[in-house]
Design a protein around this ligand. Structure first.
Ligand SMILES: Nc1ncnc2c1ncn2[C@@H]1O[C@H](COP(=O)(O)OP(=O)(O)OP(=O)(O)O)[C@@H](O)[C@H]1O
Ligand SMILES: [Mg+2]
Length: 351
């Protein structure tokens, strides 16, 4: 009886629980939450109790600026749970926000993504965190499958569809046909590693210490992976490691490009390997139709050109690279109850 009632009041939701951003789709309403996957906590007492003082954007703004006793936490790292309790709290908070605060009224059914190639234990942790956060049922969907659906690829047709998702913590490639993943590969190197490479470069070239947020700003403003017609430059402020004093330096897009080249090469290798493993009939389709590039880091200048050259296939940029996965989950939620034929396999757990 209770389950029946809660079914009436709750809405099905889809959660893209990313290393950098959490995006929530509510059935019938669309995307309602798009927030960084960050929390700020205050440590209380000797036992190390943690009081959460901020979620999402306000917490992200605190990164690198917190006083003693307050820390910022990114509970998802490289697409998997690094801090279970904090992930559960964060998912619970966003689920309740998506329900417009009616926490007790609704125990939604939740479709949630995990990167391709995670272990069963890592997958189980995501399910447990979702159920612990108040979901009635949890459906696990492979991230590339949701990304492909969200970018509008006709994944149910008997044809090779290729999607490449470069996020914050993981880079993924998948080939899909007839509603299923034919092959997928995932690399724990993406936007976060690019930020780290920029931090190291600033340290080595200029003895300048900068934080994660500044590195991300440098990447977005002047980052590129191909030579630009007009190279860019930017003023970067930080602390000089030699004398500990503030310092301002001018950094060029060329320097940033050199610093991140190794990471881009590793992702290109993954793409080449995926194509090598793809059955020839599907490769033929991919050569004809190209592949779709999505994920926040796909916005890095020239990445489409680099990847297209690396595997000799045309590339299409996703219209909403930060939302592809959540939109794909939304499509699943919207179509499943209509009884449309959508031959995807999902793992399912309920409380
Ligand atoms: N304009 C831009 N240029 C380059 N990188 C960008 C830009 N905008 C956002 N990013 C990067 O995109 C990444 C976040 O992308 P996204 O939200 O797709 O990741 P995620 O889904 O949270 O992570 P993952 O799927 O890897 O777990 C961050 O590393 C961010 O710095
Ligand atoms: Mg993602």
């Amino acid at each position: 009886m209770f389950k029946f009632l809660s079914g009436l009041f709750s809405r099905d939701i889809g959660i893209d629980l990313g290393s950098s951003n959490t995006v929530v789709y509510v059935k019938g309403r669309g995307i309602v939450i798009d927030e960084p996957s960050v929390l700020a906590v205050r440590k209380v007492g000797m036992k190390g109790r943690k009081d959460i003082i901020a979620f999402g954007s306000p917490a992200k703004r605190m990164i690198g600026k917190t006083p003693q006793g307050i820390v910022t936490i990114r509970p998802m790292q490289h697409g998997v749970i690094a801090d279970f309790d904090m992930t559960e709290q964060m998912v619970g908070h966003y689920m309740s926000e998506a329900n417009q605060g009616r926490r007790l009224m609704a125990h939604p059914r939740v479709a949630i993504c995990v990167p391709a190639g995670v272990t069963e234990v890592e997958k189980r942790a995501v399910v447990d965190a979702t159920l612990g956060a108040g979901a009635r049922e949890a459906f696990v969907v492979e991230e590339p499958l949701a990304a492909a659906l969200g970018t509008g690829l006709p994944i149910n047709e008997p044809r090779g569809n290729m999607v490449v998702d470069i996020g914050g913590g993981t880079s993924e490639v998948a080939v899909l046909s007839l509603g299923g993943v034919v092959l997928s590969s995932s690399l724990r190197a993406a936007g976060d590693d690019i930020d780290s490479a920029i931090i190291s470069m600033m340290r080595q070239n200029y003895t300048l210490s900068i934080g994660e947020s500044t590195a991300e700003e440098v990447k977005s403003q002047i980052g590129s992976v191909i030579p630009l017609d007009e190279e860019l430059e930017m003023e970067v402020k930080g602390r000089d490691l030699m004398d500990g004093l503030p310092k301002v330096v001018i950094v060029t897009s060329g320097e940033v490009r050199d610093a991140i080249e190794t990471i881009i090469c590793r992702i290109e290798d993954m793409l080449r390997y995926a194509v090598e493993q793809t059955p020839p009939e599907l490769v033929k389709d991919i050569v004809d139709q190209g592949f779709v590039l999505t994920g926040g880091s796909s916005q890095l200048r020239g990445l489409n050109v680099r990847f297209s050259d690396a595997i000799n296939v045309p590339v299409h940029m996703a219209e909403q690279p930060l939302f592809s996965v959540a939109l794909g989950l939304g499509k699943l939620l919207e179509t499943v109850d209509r009884g449309d034929k959508i031959a995807v396999t999902v793992d399912h757990s309920s409380v």
